[in-house]
Design a protein around this ligand. Structure first.
Ligand SMILES: [Zn+2]
Length: 85
């Protein structure tokens, strides 16, 4: 997501792949750099992208502008297995 214009990009969209580049920071692990249409750049960690729910149209378009997406709650670790006593 671009913090400047609040547009989010669908990472799996081919157009978004052109905007997102793997970069290596000297003092950190790998990070990804997103270049937005508004020329703003944003660095994010691989685990950083927040999950959003977007419409099918936004998926096809490759991005969603503000108001066109909903942030999904962070997935909580699912506890598998039932207690047996
Ligand atoms: Zn932007």
């Amino acid at each position: 997501m671009c913090e400047n214009c609040e547009r989010i990009y669908v990472v799996v969209h081919p157009d978004s792949a052109k905007r997102i580049h793997l970069t290596r920071l000297s003092n950190a692990d790998r990070a990804y750099r997103l270049t937005c249409d508004c020329k703003a750049q944003r660095l994010f960690d691989k685990s950083g992208p927040q999950a959003y729910r977007v419409s099918e149209y936004s998926c096809l378009r490759g991005y969603a502008d503000r108001g066109e997406y909903d942030a999904l709650p962070k997935r909580t670790a699912e506890v598998a297995g039932r207690e047996q006593s």
